[in-house]
Design a protein around this ligand. Sequence first.
Ligand code: FES
Ligand code: FE
Length: 394
Amino acid sequence: MDHEKGLISREIFSDPEIYKLELDRIFGRAWLFMCHESQIPNPGDFFQTYLGEARVLVTRTKSGTVEVLLNTCAHRANTICKADSGNASSFMCTYHGWTYNLEGKLVGVPGDKELYGSSVDREQFSLRKAAQVGSYRGFVFATLDPTAPPLTEFLGPQGRYIIDKFANLGDMQVTPGIIKHRMRCNWKVAVENDEDYYHPGITHASYLDALGSSFNEANEAFWSQEGSVVLGEYGHVGDTQAGYDHSSIFPQMTLLTSSLQILEIRHPKGPQEIENWYFCFENKNATEEERLAARMNQVRRVGPAGLVEQDDGENFELSTQGSAVTAVRDAPLHYGQGLGQGEIVHDEELGFPVLRSKYTTEAYVRWSRRAWADWMEADSWSALQENHARLGEV
Ligand code: FES
Ligand code: FE
């Protein structure tokens, strides 16, 4: 990576060794989004998701706390709960029947007395849990790292601003049913596209055409930068451009705060594969008509027969394939758009520095790649805290 020149190696999008290190140093340490509290309101409610590549169950316990349990049996490592979500009083493994409660405690072993002489240690063979669980404005996060700073500190003012903006849209709840699909692309390729206003005029030309917008009109709208770029500590990035409002919490969560109200997660599934999850939100107080209109809008955009994400998907897959071609392994990729052209100013209203630039800029992706390098180089949370890029210093 050459931050000064805005050059990035292709290898970071395809190399298996780099991916393995990402699972340890990024997905093994960062606070990752689990679910929204509206998905697990009652005792016994659970939602299945991933911490990196590990399956986890987010549960609402009888006492009302939220737990994040590693969904792998202590007996032979089988997946205990295969359902995506639901309500349960306990989880029984479908291999030999070991059973765990909502806190992950081993509470049942078939043949315990006869076959084991009651010797199975219930503490030791309970489910492993995330090291820390936290919630901010109804958004539940967890981390595998006990030394990670508290969630609010990880988010920082910029990350909190991004979530606040979404939470302030109203009394938000997740529409039941998460839209999920696989793509053969590197997770960073997908995330970095979320604030990319350079591509819509080309990639989504047919969609924009259907909306009655010409190529030039579209580019004029997407290229001009009326707002600011938010560059948060630890790699969170966002924008305050009127109308478009896409912001990402590092490493793989994006919030679309415009009329769409969608939260996207890119779960890593190997160096060249992801599982995309789209959480569509609606306002609890919306009328039936408003709810239907919001759902139609969301499904048109990211649903299986939607018009926008499908355009992007092919680019993501082919870019990932291209980054793995050994014949051009040493040819760096150009991330230099807007380099040196923006101005960092303190935004009084937001209370933190932002980048202002006349046109849309790749500054946000240079920033998150810089943060990515900080995460990958630091061998512990304390090393990362000591040595990471802060906007005030660049
Ligand atoms: Fe779960 Fe045997 S693997 S009970
Ligand atoms: Fe797109």
